[in-house]
Design a protein around this ligand. Structure first.
Ligand code: CA
Length: 243
């Protein structure tokens, strides 16, 4: 059965173009041209993925994302305007799995769609070898990185603190993974930016401070630990001797 994608985009030419490309790749596509319609279609329909423009008539894409996330966990890739760094950060924080900046190459979008669908395939499709492992497997596999009570499983992309699952955005996960793989190494903002956003990302490095703050809110503050240390003037580090 082909995977279903909802496109919420008010630029009709772009929307039509995306529909044709996605149909060509074998996806089933539905379209909405404003925020309210997009939200109700996303809420009532069953989609495997949503491509969501931020600047929309009616309610904007970020608000659509927030309201949708309160109801269901359909993976969302945001379509953002160039340089709207705060939009990207807010979008990822609101639960988007990825974003792509307009104008984009269709091949890049298709690649990101494939990744998002693979990483966020419903756990019920257990005959799929890429589906998530069950929670207990996060504890004793060689793909697991730990810090104190924290466990991160690289393959299942699950993070636990003790027995609590921690929900991270895609970029938060990559950042935490980078820290845990490089314990005791102070990572500069530039290094982290390259790891989290890709080498071709031309944004400000203060995006990194924002993600560190999110990770601290979700882990350090919540569990009363001091996992991510700031090294003034250099960057950040997770140290192994704090275990
Ligand atoms: Ca738009």
């Amino acid at each position: 059965m082909s995977e279903k994608i909802l496109i919420v985009e008010d630029e009709e030419k772009l929307s039509r173009y995306l529909e044709l490309e996605l149909n060509h790749e074998g996806y089933t596509v539905n379209k909405a041209f404003d925020g309210n319609t997009g939200l109700s279609m996303a809420t009532e329909g069953e989609f495997d993925l949503i491509l969501l423009d931020i600047m929309l008539p009616g309610i904007n894409g970020l608000e659509v994302l927030r309201r949708l996330q309160a109801k269901k966990q359909t993976p969302v890739i945001l379509l953002t305007a160039r340089d709207a760094v705060m939009d990207k950060v807010s979008g990822l924080d609101a639960g988007a799995v990825d974003y792509i900046t307009k104008p984009f190459a269709i091949e890049e979008l298709l690649a990101r769609i494939r990744v998002a669908l693979k990483l966020h395939a419903p756990a019920s499709s257990s005959n799929n070898e890429n589906s998530l492992k069950n929670a207990s497997s996060a504890y004793d596999s060689e793909d697991t990185y730990t810090w104190g009570e924290l466990r991160l499983n690289e393959k299942s992309r699950q993070v636990y603190y003790g027995h609590d699952p921690i929900t991270l955005s895609n970029r938060e996960f990559i950042m935490l993974e980078t820290f845990l793989k490089n314990k005791d190494i102070v990572l500069s903002r530039e290094t982290l930016l390259e790891s989290v956003c890709g080498y071709d990302y031309f944004g400000e490095t203060n995006v990194i401070d924002v993600y560190v703050r999110y990770l601290r809110t979700k882990i350090d503050d919540k569990y009363g630990v001091k996992m991510i240390e700031t090294v003034r003037g250099v960057g950040y580090v997770i140290r192994s001797d704090n275990n």
